[in-house]
Ligand binder design. Structure first.
Ligand SMILES: [Mn+2]
Length: 283
């Protein structure tokens, strides 16, 4: 296992607060080393002192894109631990075109400036990654090209604003729901969205609030009715069986919402799973 762990310890442009605490708490590098992995690490920092949610977030994306590109060039698996889901925009910049996108999340992250009710940029993260909004700023991320909607899919999303839901339903995004996974099993539930992908590799993003907060409370926004940690792992394995997972990101972990460390355990389990899946298949 050759892994490059990149932390982006920011939430809405602010360092080390709320979900910005998550990357350091998740750790990962030492645990992976103890399992025999060859691990390098980096922490992405804002390049300007004044914090503006939108400007600082895209600034972080630009730096993250370079980290991801460098890791791939060095033959390492980029594993991004981020406060916000928008880090995927930076990762996509580093990955280049022809990469599909799996998006595990309790929410849709598919709002736009015209539909958002909270004003939280990260609620638009998937819309940015697929080129629906903030196109100019997204173009400022080196290497970024929007992921075509038909090459992206939501997993476990269940709390969408009304207009956001309409947007997802009117889009070409895939959407695999909690009831589908519970009823059919992860592999069967994911098969329709996986079989239509034309990309040759995939980035897997996990907002830890895809988990049921009764089992693994990731943050204060986690909606009820989520997946079990086992279901999330099964779904990631099903994706990895269909095409190579070239990079991954784990986001939205707020340690203060998780006093018993159950979402932490789920996140650390995913870190180990991604590292294990990064091994090239024996030939
Ligand atoms: Mn999210």
């Amino acid at each position: 296992m050759r892994v490059h762990v990149v932390r982006v310890p920011y939430d809405a442009g602010n360092r080390g607060v709320r979900m910005g605490k998550g990357p350091e708490r998740l750790g990962g590098a030492d645990r992976l080393r103890s399992l025999g992995a060859d691990v390098t690490e980096a922490t992405v920092e804002a390049s300007t002192r004044f914090r503006a949610e939108i400007g600082t977030t895209f600034d972080l994306h630009r730096t993250l894109a370079a980290e991801v590109r460098g890791a791939l060039a060095a033959g390492r698996f980029p594993l991004v631990l981020s406060g916000n889901c928008g880090a995927v925009v930076g990762a996509v910049g580093g990955l280049g075109a022809r990469t599909a996108l799996a998006w595990f999340d309790g929410h849709g992250d598919f709002n736009t400036p015209e539909t958002t009710r909270s004003g939280f940029l990260d609620g638009m993260a998937l819309a940015v990654a697929t080129g629906r909004c903030f196109r100019g700023l997204a173009r400022s991320v080196p290497g970024f090209a929007p992921v075509p909607e038909q090459e992206a899919f939501l997993v476990g999303a269940r709390d969408l604003d009304p207009e956001e839901r309409t947007a997802v339903e009117g889009s070409r995004l895939g959407w695999v729901t909690v009831p589908q996974i519970r009823k059919e099993g992860a592999a069967a539930a994911l098969q329709p969205v996986l079989s239509r992908l034309t990309a040759r590799r995939i980035h897997v993003h996990v907002d830890l609030d895809v988990h049921d907060p009764a089992l693994a409370p990731a943050n204060e926004f986690a909606p009820p009715g989520g997946l079990t940690p086992r279901e999330v792992q099964d779904a990631v394995r099903a994706i990895g069986a269909a095409l190579p997972i070239c990079s991954a990101s784990i986001g939205a972990y707020d340690p203060s919402a998780d006093p018993e460390g159950r979402a932490l355990a789920a996140g650390q389990g995913l870190i180990e799973l991604f590292a294990a899946l990064s091994e090239p298949a024996p030939s």
